[in-house]
Design a protein. Structure first.
Length: 277
């Protein structure tokens, strides 16, 4: 019985073909099957690098239906490669369903690292990227996106957000509304000819993004929260909420418990303030 094949998760360039690694080319050339988010995009990449491996589509609309076929190919000894249109599969791109199924089947999954828009944006943001959160795309509905930003805005480290050109201005304006005073970095067309990075106030950056500057994909890096200032704001808001709850007829003990949970502050401190008032 032949040894099982491996699934290779292969990173491809996010724009500049010079970022394609020699290992990625080697793996793609030697794979018995390549799973592509869009076969036309991957076909162009293959033509440039003289790769002739067979390609089939594997995207968010069909990857579940591909699972059994891929497992069978791997179990028969065929090496399979997974690519997205640009960058690393699974990172705000399809592929999770396939990778998870292969792992559950007890087969090997190997990463072939390469270009990454989120890492490139993080290291040129001007914020310390020693620790950061990759968030991907925000929800499209404004109410849900506001809640996501409120949560992300509490973190004491940068948050990396992907955004499309059709929504970038609206998202920056929303950040300015939900997190007033917060600084951001906005990178566009990473690794391409017209790559630009803007840093500063989100409203001011949004005002600059007109005409050709709205072309290409965008990566927003949300600056970290000022934890001490945030804790102080939370204490002020909690005390106000405490007074409102007591005014609504809640007991001081119950009001302190509710307000403390809402603003993540000490219940005992609020209870003391309730008795001081």
């Amino acid at each position: 019985m032949s040894a099982a094949g491996r699934l290779y998760v292969v990173s491809t360039p996010v724009g500049n073909l010079g970022d394609m690694t020699a290992r990625a080319v080697e793996v793609l050339r030697s794979s018995g099957l390549v799973l592509a988010e869009d076969t036309r995009v991957t076909g162009g990449l293959f033509s440039h690098f003289d790769i002739h491996s067979p390609i089939i589509s594997c995207h968010k609309f069909n990857e579940k239906s591909r699972v059994n076929e891929i497992i069978e190919r791997l179990e028969s000894g065929v090496n399979v490669a997974l690519v997205s249109d640009a960058g690393t599969p699974l990172m705000s791109d399809p592929g999770y369903v396939i990778v998870n199924a292969v792992i559950e089947a007890g087969l090997d999954v190997i990463a072939v690292p390469g270009a990454s828009a989120l890492l490139a944006a993080a290291v040129v943001s001007g914020f310390d990227p020693a620790r950061f959160l990759f968030y991907g795309f925000l929800e499209k509905k404004e109410g849900a996106a506001k809640k996501e930003l409120e949560t992300a805005g509490r973190l004491p480290y940068p948050v990396v957000i992907y955004e499309a050109p059709s929504r970038i201005v609206k998202t920056l304006e929303l950040i300015a509304q939900v997190l007033p005073g917060r600084q951001v970095s906005v990178s566009k067309e990473i690794t391409k000819l017209h790559e630009r990075t803007f840093r500063g106030n989100p409203s001011e950056i949004a005002a600059k993004l007109t005409g050709d500057l709205l072309k290409g994909e965008f990566v927003i890096v949300l600056g970290p929260a000022d934890v001490k200032a945030q804790e102080k704001d939370n204490e002020i808001m909690a005390v106000k909420y405490l007074a409102e709850l007591i005014g609504q007829g809640k007991s001081k003990s119950e009001a302190a418990k509710i307000a403390a949970a809402e603003y993540n502050v000490s219940k005992n401190d609020l209870y003391k303030k309730a008795h001081e008032s």
